[in-house]
Design a protein around this ligand. Sequence first.
Ligand SMILES: [Zn+2]
Length: 231
Amino acid sequence: MIDTHAHIRLGEPIMIDGLSWVVLSASNVADSKDNLELAKINNKLLPAIGIHPQETGNLTDLEALMNDGVAAVGECGLDFSEECDHHKQAAIFIGQIELAIKYDKPLIVHSRKAMDETLEILNSYQNLRGVIHCYTGGKKRITNVKNLYFGIDGNLTYEDGLVEVVKNIPKDRLILETDSPYLTPIPFRGETNNPSNVKYTYQKVADIWGMSFEETEKIIDNNAKKLFGLK
Ligand SMILES: [Zn+2]
């Protein structure tokens, strides 16, 4: 099992029992630096560097952190859930898309209340690989997501609408994540999340697909390995 999106703070307990890898998403430059430090502590932790759309940060500072060990760029994207300068968000998103292409890294995309605008930007690039993290585009936008993977979280265990979405996502484009410390799945809903809880989301997908846990795990882990270049 692989948790493809978690936030772990330096000094916090690293709860990754049963997992092969955990991709550490970053929200700002300080987080990005912490992720690089965490990866030195535990080689199952794969560091991403990025600036979340609701945070501020400088792309030059971000690029200065780039190295071979960086697993991905993000999370970055558009978030129109609060009033904000759409052009400013788009500029820093585009900067990170270009960073991912320049260094041949996958992109972790955050999109909230802005899926059409996000896809319009993403679809203007050809050589991009990545994931729409915590996909909220519904059934109808699935075909408009070109080449990218769909990241699904623990809310799948309690949101029926998301079950319908997962049924429509191609099996070879689905990866799973916790977004720890958020989005804790049933049976721990309401508590703080940790990466090892991703197993409940794997089980939920197995139930939806009507397959065994092991078969499901194999398919999903192959997707994640392909996206993040893991062997
Ligand atoms: Zn996140």
